[in-house]
Ligand binder design. Structure first.
Ligand code: PLP
Length: 265
């Protein structure tokens, strides 16, 4: 038995999805697959299945602070991953938590909609993320519809959204899964002017929890010490494979297969 952890700890501040496709379960599975230890702190509860969201409830600030403090006091947090926050108050709560973790990489997945289109937070929550959380984050990982909301450019291209958002954040990965290009173009923009495009084959179907999978894998890779562009590439490759191997366990969207089937053998 070892006393010091060899697997970096990633604190996840995300919502719970009882279908198991997205939210904290996605975070935990994706982080295990990177060789990290997930410390899952609940920000919100949702009622949903693989088709769409029916309802959600954001937890009280005190409960979220208490969960995070319990983790921070006990475990060496190497990165933080943000998922569904659900309210402007929760944006402020996360900022308060991050004050105890100076210099720790922060990956912000600006969750505002479920894969089925249902709301997981008003657009104002996105604006608060842009103004308050993005400056404190290492990278944000919006898909194109989320980037358009954050940038307040309903018809904007990824480039136009990035131009509007880069003053708020150092690195921005706008994923192209929701676009209409033949291949998927995932675009990484950095404030120093560098830009990388990662292209992958478009897979058929729609997926539940792909954004959570990507952001968690990326947080895990940063926790392992990988540099940013390389961590993004590894996380995108991993996410693509989870989508290629996805299954539809219910009546709705496909759920990424984040762990091998023979994990226990
Ligand atoms: N977080 C929670 C709790 C969710 O329920 C969802 C979607 O249903 C998401 C995040 C975002 O999911 P996706 O990764 O499909 O964008």
């Amino acid at each position: 038995m070892k006393t010091s952890p060899s697997r970096p700890v990633v604190l996840c501040l995300s919502g719970h999805d009882p279908s198991g496709g997205a939210g904290l379960q996605a975070d935990i599975e994706a982080l295990i697959a990177q060789g990290c230890h997930a410390a899952p702190a609940v920000t919100a509860l949702t009622v949903q299945d693989t088709v769409d969201v029916v309802d959600f409830r954001v937890l009280d600030r005190d409960w979220v602070i208490a969960q995070a403090n319990a983790v921070i006091a006990d475990l060496p947090v190497a990165a933080v991953k943000l998922g569904m926050l659900g309210s402007i108050e929760m944006v402020e709560t996360v900022l308060e938590i991050m004050q105890s973790l100076p210099g720790v990489p922060l990956v912000c997945d600006p969750v505002l909609r479920a894969g089925g289109g249902g709301s997981l937070g008003k657009d104002e929550v996105g604006y608060a993320m842009r103004e308050r959380l993005m400056p404190a984050s290492t990278i944000a990982t919006p898909n194109l519809p989320e980037a358009r909301i954050l940038a307040e450019l309903p018809e904007g291209t990824a480039d136009e959204c990035a131009k509007k958002l880069l003053p708020f954040i150092e690195h921005l990965l706008i994923t192209g899964g929701h676009g209409d290009e033949g291949d998927v173009h995932n675009r990484l923009y950095s404030r120093d002017g560098s830009r990388h495009t990662f292209t992958c084959a478009r897979l058929p179907g729609s997926y539940h929890g792909s954004g959570c999978t990507l952001a968690s894998a990326l947080a895990g890779r940063l926790a392992l010490g990988q540099t940013l562009p390389s961590a993004v590439e590894t996380a995108l490759d991993y996410t693509w494979r989870t989508l290629r191997d996805a299954e539809a366990p219910g009546r709705g969207q496909y759920v990424p297969r984040r762990l091998p089937l023979d994990f226990c053998s």
